[in-house]
Design a protein around this ligand. Sequence first.
Ligand code: G3P
Ligand code: CA
Length: 280
Amino acid sequence: MKKTLLGTGFVLTLLFSPISQTFAAESTGELRQVDNVAHRGASGYAPENTMAAFDKAVDMKADYIEIDVQRSKDGELVIIHDTKVDRTTDGTGYVKDLTFEQLRSLDAGSFKGEQFAGEKIPTFDEILDRYHGKVGILIELKAPELYPGIEESVAEELKERNLEHPQNEKIIIQSFNFDSMKKMDSLLPKVPIGVLTSSKAHTTEQALTDFAVYADYFNPSYGIVTEDLVDQVHSLGMKISSWTVRSQVAADFLLDMDVDAIITDYPDYVDPRKTNYKSP
Ligand code: G3P
Ligand code: CA
């Protein structure tokens, strides 16, 4: 494993929590927690990538919120999934072509329901300030190839808050862009890095071995998850988080597969007290 602190919190919980002691006493097998990651916040219940969705995820006791980071024309880091604003706001155009003022004036809530009218596109600063220490943050760099230098900007924001040594803070950075993640690893060597893919071509022994040099997490779409893949990823010292759960069946499948984290629009599909028990 590239980094060493992952899972420390759970080991401490096992030692000191009466509930976990009960679990431990029930068996001598390996006991692991499955992290519940609210995808773009609790986006099944509130508009994705807004404070409403992130607050809902915290209320629902998610372990992490997942956020998509992009950059405005004038350099502000903003939280939105699509590279265009059209689907989730009342505006049009590419995020990269709009100033922060223009982005901030958009309604990012109404597409999900009138009760969310007036939700704004958050900034990366706002997310870090409001949630760090309260819930884990899974930071996705979305299309970083469109935003040269975004890795340095993200690293700076984390360093300003002393989050580049996340012993007690749960911070992970991930992307579909592997070169960007290699760069992120060199900028912030102590922050766990994840690679995202939905391609089976990235599940070969060679591809996984290459990822393990700089990544701590291999994060595939659930359609390509198998028990063998989970074992292979673990044997290379990485963890595996899978996405995107939008049904109880999918959540249960991933629990059966023994993944380390489930990335879901519906945090309640992943019971926070459920643990993934694997026989010795
Ligand atoms: O966290 C995994 C997931 O967010 C990757 O896909 O398109 O929802 O960003 P996407
Ligand atoms: Ca994402």
